[in-house]
Design a protein around this ligand. Sequence first.
Ligand SMILES: C[C@@]1(CC(=O)O)c2cc3[nH]c(cc4nc(cc5[nH]c(cc(n2)[C@H]1CCC(=O)O)[C@@](C)(CC(=O)O)[C@@H]5CCC(=O)O)C(CC(=O)O)=C4CCC(=O)O)c(CCC(=O)O)c3CC(=O)O
Ligand SMILES: NC(=O)C1=CN([C@@H]2O[C@H](COP(=O)(O)OP(=O)(O)OC[C@H]3O[C@@H](n4cnc5c(N)ncnc54)[C@H](O)[C@@H]3O)[C@@H](O)[C@H]2O)C=CC1
Length: 197
Amino acid sequence: MERNNLFPVFLKLESLDTLIVGGGNVGLEKLTAILKSSPSAKVTLVGRTIQDAIKDVAKAHPTVKLYERNFKLWDLWDKDIVLLATDNRSLHEAIKKLARTRRILTNVADTPDLCDFYLGSVVTKGNLKIGVSTNGKSPTISKRIREYLDEAIPDNTNELLDNMQKIRDQIKGDFGQKVKVLNEITASWLEEAAVVK
Ligand SMILES: C[C@@]1(CC(=O)O)c2cc3[nH]c(cc4nc(cc5[nH]c(cc(n2)[C@H]1CCC(=O)O)[C@@](C)(CC(=O)O)[C@@H]5CCC(=O)O)C(CC(=O)O)=C4CCC(=O)O)c(CCC(=O)O)c3CC(=O)O
Ligand SMILES: NC(=O)C1=CN([C@@H]2O[C@H](COP(=O)(O)OP(=O)(O)OC[C@H]3O[C@@H](n4cnc5c(N)ncnc54)[C@H](O)[C@@H]3O)[C@@H](O)[C@H]2O)C=CC1
């Protein structure tokens, strides 16, 4: 069977610098996806033209900076992550090459072959976050799996996490003992969650 070899990570976008190039529909989609998970993400968006909807989003998020002009080489200089969302494929190819030489991770809209990483569908219940990827096979199925998990996971899951954190902080003993206790008290969690549902 084919498998998904992507390595998932959860980025702290408040302390990284993200660049989006393109101020149209796709630029808005990428910006919205980022802010939904990370409302204080530091994002710079550069677009020759920038949609009003993007300007409205920026007004509500002080960490988002907009520059209504063409992309310039130096836009890359202080960035960690780049998302390309213009309607110009050759521009995307050129920026991707430049970003690569600077080791900046890049997502290129509509061009999985040029992407260093993909966005995923995201389920959030308080501190719990689940990222979904189909390896680019079907974003629509990612969305459906998000909807399914969103329904299936109880809304009070964050209380469980809070309780576990308290217990985790209180348990004394060596690391091995701590792991044993935490495993024991959560052993029946799956069955209980199924009953509650
Ligand atoms: C590879 C990837 C790269 C990346 O964008 O990072 C990619 C690529 C492409 N998307 C396309 C189309 C659509 N994308 C969506 C939706 C989402 N796309 C997202 C991620 C990804 N999309 C990455 C792989 C994710 C994975 O591994 O599963 C989600 C999960 C996250 C997000 O974008 O925030 C978000 C759902 C969020 C949610 O609701 O949970 C819908 C459905 C809809 O909008 O309802 C459609 C239309 C229906 C369809 O095509 O399925 C096209 C064709 C464009 C064309 O036809 O021209 C390409 C290019 C290609 O495949 O060649
Ligand atoms: N809108 C959608 O949902 C979908 C879009 N696509 C494709 O994705 C691409 C982008 O789509 P949209 O965002 O809808 O297009 P759009 O035309 O709304 O936006 C393109 C943006 O790129 C900017 N731009 C162009 N050259 C630039 C440069 N040199 N520097 C800075 N900004 C520059 C434009 O000013 C504009 O803000 C297109 O190729 C489209 O065919 C594909 C599938 C769905």
